[in-house]
Design a protein. Structure first.
Lengths: 113, 118
């Protein structure tokens, strides 16, 4: 199993550009999550999904959108990128939400200039 | 709101020695979960150890163990026989059911940077 994979590893965006961060898991997990990690801080939840076709907002959803058309994929869309979105983005998945371990991807570093 | 506090921004330990990282949290819940994650320079978040609040016995994973004091809301991580590969950021995390969101949510502390010195 590859676990949770994310692409790209690093990206530079100009203000106002859009992009999609890709996340794929091969563990047949129902639950998937997107976090952002700002310098010197812990992770904050952006969006999560409890299964294909079902998504919901986390703590910091503004400026982002997600979709979940399959169990495996959970892309994160940034529309009109802003400098405040400069961060490291982590995708995670778990079999269930009830205290189950979340498996994290390697992260995508995004720089908005 | 739940808060997780890691009071030690940076720590260092000699190789083969023991080090303890501290974590406190604030909650009014009785059922929850606690985690320690390791983030090496590769940036990937790796689960180190997990503790269910309803279990009195402290969790142990090889060289890693926790001291869970539920009444004091304390969850420290002890690393024995420290190895160079233990050098990383360590994050304490708290998970509970969020009624407003209708889901479990994971809250992270700000992390402790651990350096293992040869």
């Amino acid at each position: 199993n590859a676990g949770v994979t994310q692409t790209p590893k690093f990206r530079i965006l100009k203000i106002g550009q859009s992009m999609t961060l890709q996340c794929t898991q091969d563990m047949n997990h129902n639950y998937m999550y997107w976090y952002r990690q700002d310098p010197g801080m812990g992770l904050k939840l952006i969006y999560y999904s409890v299964g294909a076709g079902i998504t919901d907002k986390g703590e910091v959803p503004n400026g982002y959108n997600v979709s979940r058309s399959t169990t495996e994929d959970f892309p994160l869309r940034l529309e009109l990128a802003a400098p405040s979105q400069t961060s490291v983005y982590f995708c995670a998945s778990s079999y269930s939400p009830s205290g189950e371990t979340q498996y994290f991807g390697p992260g995508t570093r995004l720089l908005v200039l | 709101a739940q808060t997780v506090t890691q009071s030690q921004p940076e720590m260092s330990v000699q190789e083969a020695e023991t080090v303890t990282l501290s974590c406190t949290y604030d909650t009014s819940e009785s059922n929850y979960y606690l985690f320690w994650y390791k983030q090496p320079p590769s940036r990937q978040m790796i689960l180190v150890i997990r503790q269910e609040a309803y279990k009195q016995q402290n969790a142990t994973e090889n060289r890693f163990s926790v001291n869970f004091q539920k009444a004091a809301k304390s969850f420290s991580l002890k690393i024995s026989d420290s190895q160079l590969g233990d050098t990383a950021m360590y994050f304490c995390a708290f998970m509970k059911w969020n009624r407003g969101a209708g889901s479990y949510q994971l809250t992270f502390g700000k992390g402790t940077k651990l350096s293992v010195i040869p």
